[in-house]
Design a protein around this ligand. Structure first.
Ligand code: PLP
Length: 405
């Protein structure tokens, strides 16, 4: 499909939190790529782990009785990291795959246990869940769901409000709890503009799901692997989902990989003996051995360098530095949590101009939904670099304010 690209930023190399463009400009990577570069760019040891695995066995698929060692080891290691009871794992190639698998499995589960009317998948307004079939259908950003000839590709979906438990209860009662299979929620809405959950919201959502026997799917594709200062955001807000989708930070972007943590309750009907039904889901590169070896090395880095604790330590630095941008007359509000923030500009502020101004001053950012600037740096960023980034955004905003005054 032809697109109009007015300017293109081609990244040629990167190290730590810094990128170098093809024409030689150094830019601080404020969005960590697309929320993935948690351990930072240019890690030699990850490349070595990949090379070692590739020269031993590039991969072997996981269909039927077949497996490869890195996939088995990774699943075992993830079991110890997730707040999911008696978890098993389905490995995928990325976040959209993980959402697709989780939604299919939720529906398949209810069919298998005889509650065949439970098919509707709920999601949060403003949420983003990738762009495969289910991700498109449950998109909380209308522009991602629209244009397919029907309200959504998969008809049995509905949106709950961003953070209103009473209205969610009303909606579930209107649809009929006996018709609802799952509720998919990002603990912190990311692409929708970075919206942290209000106090008590996620535990309230979990309680509603328990009351109405709805499977809770936490989409932790962004928040997994430390982004909010805990291994998973579900830890931070004290929930224990039935399924967790993850990707991005699982390899910090060094290889495409995703996973779905499945609670014992949901996996049990498919595991009970030789004549148990098969959940017919698999993709050639599910559990790709090299990607899994990369994930293992990435987890080693996170642990050895105590990077999740580093996110906790940097959280107030980021909140203070970026929070001060709310003083700009062009800024509506700043929302920050862990090592992520959305700097929401007023609707009529030309964000493109602000973003270009940031680049000219050495900082790369991009636009999220709702005219918000994307802040989600690699965990290795320093306090000085955080303050530098906020100062650059302030200067770019001032320049635009002056021109439009
Ligand atoms: N879920 C969430 C919360 C995401 O932020 C994303 C991507 O940004 C996805 C799913 C889709 O992941 P991917 O782009 O790896 O398919």
């Amino acid at each position: 499909m032809p697109t109009t690209i007015k300017e293109r930023v081609v990244i040629a190399s990167a190290s730590g939190a810094w990128l170098t463009t093809e024409d030689g400009h150094r830019l601080l990577d404020l969005p960590a790529g697309l929320w993935y570069a948690n351990i930072g760019h240019g890690r030699e040891r990850i490349a070595q782990a990949a090379a070692k695995q590739m020269t031993t066995l590039e991969t072997y698929h996981l269909f039927g009785i077949h497996a490869n060692r890195p996939a088995i080891d990774l699943a075992e290691r993830l079991r110890g990291l997730v707040p999911v009871a008696d978890a098993s794992f389905i490995l995928t190639s990325g976040g959209s795959d993980s959402v697709e698998v989780a939604c299919k499995l939720a529906r398949r589960y209810w069919q298998q246990v005889g509650r065949t009317r439970k098919t509707v998948v709920l999601s949060r307004t403003g949420g983003y869940h990738g762009l495969h079939g289910f991700g498109t259908s449950i998109a909380g950003l209308d522009f991602n769901r629209a244009g397919y000839g029907t309200e959504s590709l998969i008809p049995e979906t509905a949106r709950i409000p961003l953070a209103d438990l009473a209205a969610t209860r009303t909606l579930i009662e209107r649809i009929g709890p006996g018709n609802v299979a799952a509720l998919v929620a990002e603990p912190v809405v990311g692409t929708g503009g970075v919206h942290p959950p209000p106090d008590g919201y996620l535990t309230g959502l979990q309680a509603l799901c328990q009351e109405f026997d709805i499977l809770l799917v936490a989409d932790e594709v962004i928040t997994g692997f430390g982004r909010t200062g805990e291994w998973f955001a579900s830890h931070r807000w004290g929930i224990e989902p039935d399924l967790i989708t993850m990707a991005k930070g699982i390899t910090s972007g060094y290889a495409p990989l995703g996973a779905v943590a499945v609670s014992g309750r949901v996996s049990e009907p498919f595991m009970s003996g030789d004549d148990a039904p098969i959940f017919r889901q698999g993709i050639t590169y599910s559990g790709h051995a090299t990607a899994c070896a990369v994930a293992m090395e990435n987890l080693d880095v996170l642990e050895e360098e105590d990077l999740v604790a580093r996110v906790r330590a940097l959280e107030p630095v980021l909140a203070t530095a970026f929070g001060s941008l709310a003083e700009s007359p062009l800024v509506h509000e700043v929302r920050a949590i862990g090592l992520m923030a959305g700097v929401q500009l007023l609707p009529d502020v030309p964000a493109d101009e602000v973003i270009r101004g940031c680049r000219e001053r050495g900082v790369l950012t991009r636009l999220l939904a709702g005219n918000a600037l994307h802040v989600c740096p690699p965990f290795v960023i320093t306090p000085d670099e955080i303050r530098f980034a906020a100062d650059v955004i302030a200067a770019a905003l001032d320049a635009v304010a002056e021109r439009t005054a």
